[in-house]
Design a protein around this ligand. Structure first.
Ligand code: 26W
Length: 818
């Protein structure tokens, strides 16, 4: 971006004047944020129009990334980074006496996602734009995003996230692209003069889907793609007219439907709840997106048979899977294609990404609900199923078991994963191990029937946000040493290897880490009122709270360390700050209780004079993208301790690595590939392997009681869960956590995540961490090597693999690059 500083300053001042009738001195920080954002938007919109014009001219294939979640995080700083204008703008604002960091801090985090899957979608949009690919993100404009987490008396309290309260400067309403979406009613059919059966949905309720566009700025290439999120409006306000006709009831219902549908993001991560409104949300944004994709295609093409040459739908987990049936409906009912024609196009257009093997996450809609809400879609799914079952019978004659396991509709349920696999040409997992488990275990029957569809796409993250923006000190240091190619070519980081043994480099590197720890310590002081020592080891676990991620194992180990310190107050002990950040789904009892436990343990340990500050436990409230950036930059140890086989990939692990933290983890998800890149010596690996875990599971679990009875350290820690050590007012408070580990009635239900089985191995790995940190030079070397070896984990690499194997897009280069 050719940056005219004086012009920019003038625009900001003028924006404050026209938006608020104020001078800079009179404006609030929020008003300054708005004024600065509108000044930047002005530049972005020019590039946006130029990009879309070039797309019209070149007519490239377009990817539609369909996702119920986009965890974008703040846009202002990111847009400045990608416009390559961050430093200039910071300077210009400084001359006006304004601190860009404080301005950025005024932006609400658009948190239209839960965790990994939503953030991955955001990283992918960044990479697609940066790599010159024409793409849309398609999603929902939730009025309330991920709840804000407050901690009161150690408990999580959910507060609504009204992210639109002050107006969001980077969105653009596009009423001209509104679409009607129909729910309920019935399907009537008749045969027309050509002998074709025509289907018509009647007696339905509908809502108007109105898109809002957000610009997705590519890094330094002038490209601006679009995130299109749909708002819902009543089709028509109910009038006296409908009142007179007795349609009053229906009119009110339609208005309520529109109001409810986009009201709130479901805060469940990895847990299917089967809520009717959730299915409405899914069909709402998918129907609108599919209709628009077809309309857009038809504006410049005539032959729908070549649709898949110009359009790809990537389904982000099964949540958008009704797209398969909706595309069939639009092609057949609105555009007169035959079943076979429509089916071929649909299969060639759709592709599905699986993000979890947790069985409680599988979407299986009761046919009663599904057919009532989406009668025409249900008909189509039934026909897809009928034809698929015929195929199964042909391939495995007489094998009823195969039908039971593979049918799309079975047992009164519509199985969305099966629909996604059958209705697309590609199925991918998100890390090598995860894809192997899909092929060998979870989706084995499908893999045997159609192995050609299966492929792996190991996840990645965008270095623009998670290094360049999050960690400016390290970013500058890296650029000084190996140039700035890494910003768009992360493997270039490998040039840092030659500095791994360089003592000066090691010292500079550790000094940067120290400064980032000071920055985080300040944040913790301001937000938690806890004083932490930046010279201690920052040992961090930040991610959604889930039993399989084993935050419980982490805090139990801290309880064990505390016992050690109490027994041996003079023992050799390197000071450690344990940092947690995690939101629990609102209805997830054990997850919420684990948060309470962490805070209760923190209270006791942080205030015990015997500990004398050698252990600090901090729970960072309201973990989200914006504070994550500071946390990754400040971490020494990255806790990636899921039960092996359960974490599909993980992406936080990559963000830590890129910022020079060492992984303490199991051989799970992408940890396997991280260790492969950086070497076992530069990570701390422990615990059961995925294979061992699966073995146990297939043979009826294991008995944690054996461990409890034979290991006095573990026994003591578990007793402390139920003897009031951490809850003197209510010794029974943590009983449910204790029971989850030692359910004495049914061993198959005890410790399903193998916490006791892995505990000793984890404690031993933690001792290795401590020993390693004491050897400062070696630690610095390992940390530096982690950065140097992070090249593989850019989402740029991931996207190029999707391109090579699934999407096959051509790049669009703008004639006049900025
Ligand atoms: C139906 C409820 C529900 C909601 C969200 C089920 C499943 C989900 C997501 C698939 C959960 C999720 O975010 N999975 C994470 O996806 C990341 C990106 O691929 C992976 O890195 C994580 O390992 C995986 O847990």
């Amino acid at each position: 971006m050719k940056f005219d500083k004086e012009l920019f300053k003038g625009t900001v001042l003028n924006n404050i004047k026209t938006l608020y009738r104020r001078t800079l001195e009179e404006a609030t920080e929020q008003q300054i944020f708005q004024a600065v954002s509108y000044a930047i938007k002005d530049v972005v919109v020019d590039n946006w129009m130029a990009t879309q014009k070039e797309y019209e001219k070149k007519d490239p294939k377009i990817v539609y990334y369909m996702s119920m979640e986009f965890l974008m995080g703040r846009a202002l700083g990111n847009n400045l980074i990608n416009l390559r204008a961050y430093k200039e703008v910071a300077e210009a604002l400084d001359e006006l006496g304004v601190d860009l960091n404080l301005v950025e801090d005024q932006e609400p985090d658009p948190a239209l996602g839960n965790g990994g899957l939503g953030r991955l979608a955001a990283c992918f949009l960044d990479s697609l734009a940066t790599l010159n690919y024409a793409a849309y993100g398609c999603g929902i404009r939730y009025r309330y995003g991920m709840f804000r987490q407050e901690i009161r008396d150690g408990y999580q309290v959910e507060v609504p996230d009204n992210w639109l309260a002050d107006g969001y400067p980077f969105e653009l309403r596009r009423p001209e692209y509104a679409k009607e979406v129909k729910f309920g009613g019935w399907v009537s059919s008749y045969v027309d003069e050509n002998g074709r059966t025509i289907f018509k949905q009647e007696g339905y309720q509908s809502v108007q889907a109105v898109p809002y566009d957000m610009p997705i700025v590519g890094y330094g290439n002038g490209i601006v793609n679009t995130l299109r999120i749909w708002d819902a409006q009543p089709v028509e306000c109910f009038s006296l007219d409908s009142f007179d006709k007795g349609d009053y009831q229906k009119a009110v219902e339609q208005e309520n439907l529109a109001r409810n549908i986009v009201e709130v993001l479901y805060p469940n991560d990895n847990h299917y709840a089967g809520k009717e409104l959730r299915l409405k949300q899914q069909y709402f944004f998918i129907s609108a997106s599919v209709q628009e994709a077809v309309d857009k295609y038809m504006r410049t093409h005539t032959d729908l048979h070549k649709f898949h040459e110009k359009v790809a739908f990537q389904l982000n987990d099964t949540h958008p899977t009704v797209a398969v049936a909706e595309l069939m409906r639009v092609l057949m009912d609105d555009h007169d294609l035959s079943w076979d024609e429509a089916w071929e196009i649909t299969c060639k257009t759709c592709a599905y990404t699986n993000h979890t093997i947790m069985s409680e996450a599988l979407e299986k809609w009761p046919i009663e609900l599904f057919s009532r809400l989406l009668p025409r879609i249900y008909q189509i799914v039934e026909e897809i199923n009928r034809r698929f079952v015929l195929r199964i019978q042909q391939m495995y004659p007489g094998n009823q078991e195969k039908i039971r396991k593979m049918a799309i509709i079975y047992d009164g349920q519509v199985k969305m994963a099966h629909l996604a696999i059958v209705g697309g040409h590609s199925v991918n997992g998100v890390a090598r191990l995860h894809t192997e488990i899909l092929e060998k275990q979870e989706l084995r029957d499908f893999y045997e029937m159609m192995p050609e569809k299966f492929n792996n796409k190991t996840n990645g993250i965008t270095q623009r946000r998670f290094l360049l923006h999050a960690n400016p000190l390290l970013a500058d240091w890296v650029t000084d040493h190996v140039g700035d190619e890494w910003i768009t070519d992360l493997p270039a980081l490998s040039r840092l290897r030659i500095y791994a043994d360089d003592e000066k480099a090691q010292q500079e590197f550790m000094n940067i880490k120290y400064q980032n720890k000071v920055r985080l310590a300040k944040y913790i002081r301001e937000h938690n009122g806890i004083e932490v020592d930046p010279r201690s080891i920052f040992d961090v676990q930040v991610k959604r709270l889930h039993e399989y991620k084993r935050q419980l194992m982490n805090i139990l180990h801290i309880m064990y360390l505390y016992n050690e310190l109490k027994d041996h107050p003079d023992m050799d002990f390197y000071p450690r700050t344990f940092i947690f950040g995690a939101k629990a789904a609102a209805g997830y009892r054990n997850a919420k209780l684990t948060i309470k436990l962490i805070n209760s343990v923190a209270d006791v340990i942080n205030n015990d004079p015997v500990v004398d500050g050698r252990i600090k436990v901090v729970f960072i409230e309201n973990y989200r993208v914006s504070n994550a950036e500071w946390i990754f930059a400040a971490a020494d140890v990255s806790e990636q301790i899921s039960t092996a086989s359960k974490e599909a990939s993980g992406t936080g692990n990559m963000k830590f690595m890129l910022n020079g933290a060492l992984t303490l983890g199991t051989m799970d998800g992408a940890n396997v590939e991280i260790v492969e890149e950086v070497g076992k010596k530069n990570a701390f690996i422990f615990g059961l392997s995925a294979e061992q875990v699966i073995q146990y599971e297939n043979y009826g679990g294991y008995n944690p009681m054996d461990i409890f009875n034979n290991d006095q350290d573990i026994r003591r820690v578990l007793m402390q869960l139920i003897n009031g050590t951490y809850s003197p007012q209510d010794p029974e408070l943590f009983r449910p956590l204790y029971n989850s580990l030692l359910n004495t009635q049914d061993t198959a239900k005890a410790d399903t995540y193998f916490i006791l089985a892995d505990f000793k191995s984890y404690a031993e790995a933690q001792r290795r961490v401590e020993a390693a940190y004491k050897d400062e030079k070696n630690w610095a070397k390992s940390a530096l090597l982690n950065v140097a070896c992070a090249g593989k984990f850019s989402s740029d690499r991931t996207i190029e693999e999707y391109e090579r194997d699934i999407w096959h897009q051509e790049k669009v280069i703008l004639p006049s690059k900025p």
